[in-house]
Design a protein around this ligand. Structure first.
Ligand SMILES: *Cc1c(COP(=O)(O)O)cnc(C)c1O
Length: 125
């Protein structure tokens, strides 16, 4: 994935991955590999069950770019104006701006239990 990302960037592309079969299954270093974005479902290797929440990764370098096109979800709107229901979407200046809708509570409980038993990656912060 690091090599694919590097080759994509060399060709001027934005590089994203479908991690439906990678999340919970592969050791991932998306930030270090400079992956621009990734998406996944949680009902396969993360064991959330049917209706489990989807996941998305956006590289830190893109988080403050409010020009990127995204679904204008209520949860992704600036919390300072979220409850005023503004006509225009004002994205949160972080990966939170890609949030959509409410989390499904029962699959979230299954996902939490699963994440507690899966091996933890080592994070460098
Ligand atoms: C399962 C899967 C998805 C996600 O499918 P949804 O049911 O829409 O969450 C995406 N890509 C691949 C390759 C898959 O196998």
């Amino acid at each position: 994935m690091a090599g694919i990302t590097q080759a994509g960037h060399a060709a001027g592309a934005i590089v994203g991955f479908d991690l439906a079969h990678g999340i919970g299954n592969l050791e991932l270093h998306l930030h270090d590999w400079n992956v621009d974005f990734a998406v996944w479902c949680s009902y396969k290797y993360l064991n959330a069950g049917p209706g489990g929440v989807a996941g998305a990764y956006v590289h830190q370098q893109h988080c403050n770019n409010t020009d990127l096109i995204r679904f204008a979800g209520w949860w992704g709107n600036d919390p300072q104006t979220r409850f005023t229901m503004p006509h225009d979407f004002i994205p949160v200046k972080s990966a939170d701006s890609w949030q959509l809708s409410n989390a499904p509570v029962l699959p979230m409980a299954a996902l939490r239990a699963s994440l507690e038993i899966l091996p933890k990656p080592e994070y460098k912060i």
